[in-house]
Design a protein around this ligand. Sequence first.
Ligand SMILES: Nc1ncnc2c1ncn2[C@@H]1O[C@H](COP(=O)(O)OP(=O)(O)OP(=O)(O)O)[C@@H](O)[C@H]1O
Length: 238
Amino acid sequence: MIQINELHKKFGKNEVLGGVDLEIPQGGISAVLGPNGSGKTTLIKCILGMVIPNSGSIEACGQPTKKDWKYRQQINYLPQIANFPSNLKVAELISMIQDLRQKPSDADRLIALFELKPFLDKKLGALSGGTKQKVNIVLAFMFDSPLLMLDEPTTGLDPAALIQLKKLIRSEKEKGKTILITSHIMSFVEEVADEIVYLLEGNIHFKGSLEDLKSITLGTSLEEAITRLTTKEQLHDA
Ligand SMILES: Nc1ncnc2c1ncn2[C@@H]1O[C@H](COP(=O)(O)OP(=O)(O)OP(=O)(O)O)[C@@H](O)[C@H]1O
């Protein structure tokens, strides 16, 4: 579903991706983890064509991303920070995105799921952080696309909304979708992810199942395993 070879990205002198090779197979949930600033969002934006790499190649949904932007129609994206005009009303934003995508949309079901009906007539600028995130989740899930990329999807969500999000992610997986998630919430990752990709210092430091990660690091939880993975000596001791 995604094939990345020798991907390099620098911002000025800051080398963020230093030759990343990564293959994400079709179907299932991969979590891209790593410390703050390790390049998770940059990697996702490279796949989306929102950040132009210095070198390397990316194929997504069977197409090289360099040649043609049309592959993006097969991707649903939840950005870490969505910047929509604050004077736009929720209903206006949803219908604007529906008009732009020109695809059948599942918005009504998602609006009900996240109890957003009372907010449809409210301006985005007047919403709480968590409610804004629920709107962004509706936008990210309302079209039927084979690849979903979710950058910090749990940000600001209350427990009830978090349960709905997890259900939604699992039901998309059951439909055979490929889902790429970044998150710092290890309990969430542990519950939903099939595969862990750990980015450190511009490269993939680990890729494999949660069980493999725990057995390599002797970590009993994902949180502990990730902490040990970051401390190289402990990994060698393990
Ligand atoms: N447009 C940009 N211009 C300059 N530097 C950038 C730009 N975007 C990202 N960076 C830098 O690239 C590095 C990686 O940022 P990125 O947002 O990809 O990290 P991240 O792993 O997603 O971090 P976090 O966990 O904090 O969200 C950081 O040092 C950041 O400052």
